[in-house]
Design a protein around this ligand. Sequence first.
Ligand SMILES: NC(=O)c1ccc[n+]([C@@H]2O[C@H](COP(=O)([O-])OP(=O)(O)OC[C@H]3O[C@@H](n4cnc5c(N)ncnc54)[C@H](O)[C@@H]3O)[C@@H](O)[C@H]2O)c1
Length: 255
Amino acid sequence: MVQRLEGRVAVVTGGGSGIGLATARRFASEGAKVVVADLDPATGKAAADEVGGLFVQVDVTDEEQVKALFQTTVDTYGKLDVAFNNAGISPPDDDSILTTGIEAWERVQKVNLTSAYLCCKYALPHMQANGKGSIINTASFVATMGAATSQISYTASKGGVLAMSRELGVQFAREGIRVNALSPGPVNTPLLRELFAKDPERAARRLVHVPLGRFAEPEEIAAAVAFLASDDSSFMTASNFLVDGGIAGAYVTPL
Ligand SMILES: NC(=O)c1ccc[n+]([C@@H]2O[C@H](COP(=O)([O-])OP(=O)(O)OC[C@H]3O[C@@H](n4cnc5c(N)ncnc54)[C@H](O)[C@@H]3O)[C@@H](O)[C@H]2O)c1
C-alpha cells in the first residue's frame, strides 16, 4: 500500500461501521494515526484497536463533545491533518414530506448537518495552527439528484453538507486547508443487503439507474476518501466528489 498519509493525524467520525470503518482501515494502512470517533463504544473501540489508533466516544451533535474530540486528538498526537466528518443516520421515520414529523426531521438534521458544522468549526482552528489540513464531509449523491423514494430530511441535510463544504473550501483555501464534500452512491452495507434481499424489486428499481450495475463496496469509498485526505488531491477544494458508479451522469444505462 502506498504511504500517502505517513505521519498524518486523522479523525474519522462514525468510524465504528460501514464507510467510516473502511476508511479508518485505509487511513491506517497508508500510515496515518487514526482517531476513531463514534457514539457506539463497542464498535468504535474495536475499530480503533484494530488500526492501532485512539477511540473517543462522541455524540457528534454535542458541541462540547465535538470540541473535546479534536482537542484530545491534538493533545494525543500533536496536531490534526485530516477530519473525515462522516457520521450520519437515515432512519425509517424520515420518509415522504407528507408523513415525516418535525421530530424525525430535526433529529436527522442534527446528526447529519449540525454535526458537520460542529466538526468543521472545531477542526479548523487546529488546522489553521498547523498551516494545512484536509476536511472531507460525507454528503451523498442525493445532494445532487432527486429520488421519488424520498427521505426528505436526509436529502435536505446532505444538500446542506454539500453547500457548507463548498463555502468552507473557498473561505479557507489560501490558508492551505482544503474542504471537499464526498458524495457516495448507494453502498453495499448489511442494512442495504437485508432490505434488498427481502424485496428484489426494490433493489432492481435502483440498480437500473447505476451504469456500473452494482452498489459500491465500502472499501471503494474509503479509497476515494484517502485520495481526498492525501496530497494527491492537492488542487481539489470546494468540490462535490461523486463516487457513484456513474448515477449522476446517466440518462439511459446499459442493459
Ligand atoms: N451507505 C450508503 O449507501 C451511503 C450512501 C451515501 C452516503 N452515505 C453516508 O455515509 C456516511 C456513513 O454511512 P454508513 O453507511 O457507513 O453508515 P453506518 O450506519 O454503517 O455507520 C455510521 C456510524 O456513525 C455512528 N453514529 C451515528 N450517529 C452518531 C452520532 N450522533 N455521533 C457519533 N457517531 C454516530 C454509528 O454508530 C455508526 O458507527 C453517512 O453520513 C451516510 O449518510 C451512506
